[in-house]
Design a protein around this ligand. Sequence first.
Ligand code: CAA
Length: 257
Amino acid sequence: MDTKHLIISQKEGVGRVQLHRPRVLNALNKELVAELADVLDKMDRDDEVRVALITGGPKCFAAGADIDEMAESSAVEMLLEDQFAQWDRIRRFSKPLIAAVSGPALGGGCELAMVCDMILASEKARFGQPEVNLGVMPGAGGTQRLSRAVGKARAMEMVLTGRSMTAREALNAGLINRVVPVELLEEEAMKLAREVASKPPVAVRLAKRSVLKSFDTTVEEGLDYEQKLFYFLFATEDQREGMKAFQEKRKPRFRGK
Ligand code: CAA
């Protein structure tokens, strides 16, 4: 099931994808990003996968877009190739997506972590948008997601100076969920993924959609959207099961229907 640049596995409802271009610190070339979009597409359609986990392993999450691949590109080539179309596919993954970050998550690497719904980091993680040092700027959501996550002041400083944040700083800024020792990162990430995977999949999927909606709508429209999704969940068997199990004082058995 592995691809050229990804190590893929699946257990207990969790689809795990490890970025694997260690020689170049998991630089995100076009092929890798397309593979990732394909794998996530498949996992989105696979009922056995309830949550996906993206990691780069203990040394490096991803050092950004592949600079060697784009160094000689023209504006027209960039436009016609439209590499960000693949990022849009990743962004549309409808199940929970967790990033386990250790080492650098820079440029596109930081942007990939931010596409995820939750980020767990090791003490060795570093987050940054250093594109300005290359004569460009973030292009896969960095200016938009970072400023929403950490606020204008911090985002401006990171984007305009290229300085990165340590894991602790990222935690204090609200960019990530938690910092753990390197040797526990995988275990903690899997634990969180399994916990979410045990919840009713339709409710989880719609709850994710509703939280994301809050970032690009008015509160009024967002509340309306949320209410509709809430009402919709009363059409699921899992709603019946969840509430009945509570009344009968037993554990629910969610089936994703
Ligand atoms: N693209 C291509 N190759 C890269 C790379 C990248 N983004 N990042 C690292 N590499 C390669 C290096 O060229 C080096 O290869 P060689 O051994 O063949 O020389 C190898 O990975 C190891 O890297 P370093 O020797 O630099 O390792 P280091 O530990 O000294 O430094 C680092 C680590 C600070 C992450 C440094 O590699 C670095 O600054 N990388 C570039 C980070 C960056 O600028 N990212 C933004 C890219 S642009 C982008 O992402 C646009 C977007 O929004 C989509």
